[in-house]
Design a protein around this ligand. Structure first.
Ligand code: XMP
Length: 514
């Protein structure tokens, strides 16, 4: 494993993904983790991420010097670079040498471990206030910029490397190459982390964890639960029963897709539970998003417990495990494994009630979304499932701003189906990451239709492009497509007299409205 030490910016996840793109397994750890603990994980290499602080700011995260003396190769980036410099006796000062954004880098030692084979002039992405003016003893300066004399250094003997810029962002055009040089040349790691290995490893782990017990898996119709279920099915076959809870918060046609496509592809046992009334009763009168998520998470577990009892009665042996398609970003965003704040309590991580009776099997806990799709492909799941846009566990329940009712759900389902149909017809499915369609149920606006005044609700279109849902930009959809969606929704969906487009990136807006 390669550890990415998170100094509190959004960069750590991106770095971890880039390391995996280099076919090397990586994990994020918080910078507050004691060095002993980091070393106990037997890392093949350690990467220090960027971060928002100045190394001289009060309370700025630091690192024990022993990290650099353990013989493990270390690569510091941005804040990590400055920390490495100051910890080992170099000089970093706040001399006004700020650089933000695209900056030309001058490679001064072409044959260096990191820069070998890359151009002597290359654009890099900078974001720093302080700057390094002298490298620590024993280090060679390998690059500079017009304002910063020490923009990269290395100590090949001790396997310590650093760059002032962010090699993980695409604007640093040779960043991936530099990172790979560190991993392969600096740290001597073989690139052999592949989806085939992931499948084999997870299958073995699942067999070990579950033994001869039984497991149930909640299917949501989405990629994550489908891939998780297919993995567990591969591992334990008929010991798994998939349960699909029709909570009434699904989109049009989704139940049929699970019943037909998924079962055909995996041969898994499927039990469909109609729980619409139960969920709607529990959600009655509730408008607060976090409360909705908690209720939906809680009801989910209750329904599974009920399903477990029924399966017990039908089949005998105890059901002890619950399979969930929790992904790495969910784990990190819910505060598991890093010091990152709890942004939303994702229903499959933070919202579980305390009295849960299952043990969790989460075979995708280490994976990013694109990796999950690759694993799904490896497992032979059909394109329609593997390439499906993400859809949140709480479903349309968090796409109705206001109280969730059956009428509102039906209305939103119709609008959503139209938007999806038109996006597909326009060939845009691959360009957008997902397009939540949101009903502002508590908002009304005046319109005119035919000869009459209307007083209806707005529908919000939220098409975004993204690599991993951690950050996103609003998609620039063609006007014709937007016009078509708008005309159809206002004509075909009663009570909707306005369609609006969300033009907010993430951050500051999240992808979902609630
Ligand atoms: P946000 O709204 O946080 O969404 O920018 C990021 C991604 O996560 C999905 N999402 C969820 N998925 N349970 C899930 O399984 C949830 O509670 C949940 N909330 C948001 C969202 O659709 C987007 O892909």
């Amino acid at each position: 494993v390669v550890l990415v030490v998170d100094f509190g910016a959004q960069y750590a996840q991106l770095i971890a993904r880039r390391v995996r793109e280099a076919r090397v397994y990586s994990e994020i750890v918080p910078s507050t983790m004691p060095v002993d603990e980091m070393l106990a994980k037997n890392p093949r290499a350690i990467i220090l991420s960027g971060g928002p602080s100045s190394v001289y700011a009060e309370g700025a995260p630091s690192l024990d010097r022993s990290l650099f003396e353990a013989g493990v190769p270390v690569f510091g980036m941005c804040y990590g670079f400055q920390l490495m410099a100051t910890t080992l006796g170099g000089t970093v000062d706040d001399n006004g040498a700020r650089e933000y954004g695209r900056t030309p880098l001058h490679v001064t030692k072409a044959g260096s471990t990191l820069f070998e084979g890359t151009p002597t002039e290359q654009p890099v992405w900078m974001s720093h206030g302080d700057a390094c003016s002298a490298a620590p003893e024993g280090f060679t300066v390998t690059a500079s910029t017009d304002v910063v004399p020490v923009a990269a250094f290395e100590n090949d003997e001790k396997k310590l490397y650093g760059v002032q810029y962010h090699p993980e962002v695409l604007h640093s055009t040779h960043g991936q190459q530099v990172l790979e040089h560190f991993l392969y040349r600096g740290a001597g790691i073989e690139p052999n982390w592949t989806t085939t290995n992931v499948v084999e490893e997870q299958v073995a782990l699942i067999r070990e964890q579950v033994g001869d017990k039984r497991a149930i898996c909640g299917l949501s119709g989405g990629v994550d639960s489908a891939v998780a279920a297919a993995l567990v099915q591969k591992a334990i076959g008929s010991q798994l029963t998939c349960v699909y809870v029709d909570h009434g918060l699904m989109r049009k046609g989704e139940t049929e897709q699970v019943e037909k496509d998924f079962v055909a592809a995996t041969g898994a046992k499927l039990k469909v539970v109609d729980a619409e009334k139960r969920f709607l009763d529990a959600l009655a009168g509730v408008s607060d998003p976090e409360e909705k998520r908690k209720i939906i998470g809680r009801e989910f577990i209750r329904v599974f417990e009920q399903a477990q009892l029924e399966i017990l009665q039908e089949e005998g042996p105890e059901v002890a495990f619950l399979v969930q398609g929790t992904l790495y970003p969910d784990v990190v965003e819910s505060g598991g494994g890093t010091g990152t704040a709890n942004i939303k309590s994702h229903h499959n991580v933070g919202g579980l009630p305390d009295d849960i009776e299952f043990q969790l099997v989460e075979p995708l806990r280490q994976l990013f979304k694109d990796e999950v799709r690759m694993v799904g492909q490896e497992l032979g799941l059909p394109e329609e499932i593997v390439q499906r846009q993400p859809f949140p566990g709480p479903g349309l329940g968090i796409r109705i701003v206001g109280e969730v009712t059956k009428d509102r759900l039906d209305l939103l389902r119709d609008a959503d189906a139209i938007a999806r149909e038109e996006l597909t017809a326009a060939g845009l499915d691959r360009d957008i990451w997902q397009c939540p369609v949101v009903l502002l149920a508590d908002v009304r606006s005046v319109g005119v239709q035919g000869d009459g005044r209307t007083y209806g609700h707005p529908i919000v279109l939220r098409p975004v492009s993204s690599e991993d849902a951690m950050t996103a930009d609003w998609s620039r959809l063609p006007y014709e497509t937007l016009a078509k969606i708008s005309t159809r929704i206002t004509n075909e969906v009663a009570d909707v007299n306005r369609v609006v487009l969300d033009v907010t990136s993430k951050p500051p807006g999240t992808i979902e409205w609630e």
